[in-house]
Design a binder for this molecule. Structure first.
Ligand code: F6R
Length: 240
């Protein structure tokens, strides 16, 4: 695991941008695994700016996102598909048909999970972008999730509902369930980059990088992956 510590969020985002844009330049039809949340927004801003400068193109890029809330779709501004269009897809020349997220509105959630896992097997991520939950979750894989899990339905923990409620009008509006890539699907990526910033991530960063590899800390599984880069700011790196 390679750890890069930056001064602040802006520098973290630029460093992450360098890693992801190198992949896009080397392989214009790469499969990008993407995350939502506040951590990768700066990375996406840098990617959009580079596209606008004519330095990179997403014409042949394909994407697979980690997760989606159950019950939400692109019409809801809290859905992850809405987030991705707003922060990345609408700002670049990507074909929306090449973008994939689990369908939160699927009638049969179990069948949707099986479909998504089968899709991921046909298009392994050249790079997977991850944020990190303050409880060590990756995707919506909460503490205790099996390392061999594939796409599944999760009941969100109180801590994640609380963390995510800042993005909703009130905590009651936060969906209680989500669909998420499993840990095995994430570990199948050829390369993984984790972005983490702020004091509230310091414990999770420490446990991910230096703690015991245990299902109690989902991100600790990344110690078993051969090509992981962690880019974090000084606050998130404080306990390393
Ligand atoms: C988002 C996701 C989550 C977030 C994590 C950190 O698609 O899967 O695991 O990456 O909750 O969220 P932020 O970046 O908002 O702190």
């Amino acid at each position: 695991m390679k750890v890069i510590v930056t001064k602040n969020y802006e520098q973290m985002s630029e460093k992450a941008y360098e890693v992801v844009s190198d992949i896009i330049k080397a392989k214009p039809d790469a499969v990008l695994g993407l995350a939502t949340g506040s951590s990768p927004i700066g990375l996406y801003e840098n990617l959009v700016a580079a596209y606008k400068r004519g330095e990179i193109s997403f014409k042949k890029i394909k994407t697979v996102n980690l997760d989606e809330y159950v019950g939400l779709d692109e019409k809801s501004d809290q859905s992850y598909v809405y987030f991705m269009r707003k922060h990345l897809f609408n700002g670049v020349d990507i074909d929306l048909n090449n973008t994939n997220l689990p369908n939160g509105k699927a009638e049969d959630a179990e069948a949707e999970c099986a479909r998504y896992t089968a899709l991921l097997e046909t298009m392994p991520q050249d790079i997977q972008v991850l944020g990190l939950g303050s409880n060590g979750h990756i995707g919506f894989n909460e503490p205790g999730t099996a390392f061999d899990s594939t796409t599944h339905v999760v009941k969100l923990t109180e801590s994640t509902i609380r963390d995510n409620s800042r993005l909703f009008a009130n905590i009651d509006e936060v969906p209680r369930y989500a669909l998420t890539m499993g840990i095995a699907n994430i570990m199948n990526a050829k390369k993984i980059i984790v972005v983490a910033n702020g004091t509230n991530k310091a414990d999770a960063v420490y446990k991910m990088v230096k703690g015991e590899v245990t299902e109690a800390v989902p991100a600790s599984v990344l110690q078993n992956h051969p090509d992981v880069i962690v880019v974090c700011d000084e606050l998130a790196a404080a306990k390393l």
